[in-house]
Design a protein. Sequence first.
Length: 180
Amino acid sequence: MNPLGIATTKLPTRSIMGMVVLFVSLIVFGSVFVYPVLRASARLGGEIAREKARLEEQQALIGFYTEFKKLVDQGMAENLPPAKAVPLPLSRVSGVSGLFETCAAASGIEAVSITPDPDSLARGAKSLSVRVTLRGEPEKFRDFLVEMGRLASLETVENIRIQRVSEGFDYQVVAWLALE
């Protein structure tokens, strides 16, 4: 007995080895079978969260889609004459950001950045690419697109990207303006 009066026994070496083997086999089992399952589960959880965010964006924009679909189904979009782009004089290229700021102000959406692409000018093209980043609600963005469509020098809209952020939605539009 020890000084405290507690009986102690020494474990046999065979029992200690058995416990060590059991502990090591549990660690191996966990790392081989359980860890990959947990990793795959976390990956799937991330994919589910991304898809939920995409679904929320689509649900927020479904009203606009149905309105536009009704217009197309009624044939209203087909009767519109194609707009002829009036080339922007090269002397007014420096004021391109002002054109888009005016469209943003008229529609009530916040213009975050307006960046003309100088490479499109350097290539000697007859068009100027402009990247416009906006922040606001979908209704105001629709109004911005209408205002932008009224620009006489607008040739085409290359792409529109919509991203949901904490302040609402961020929109990125790449538009091409006709140049003289």
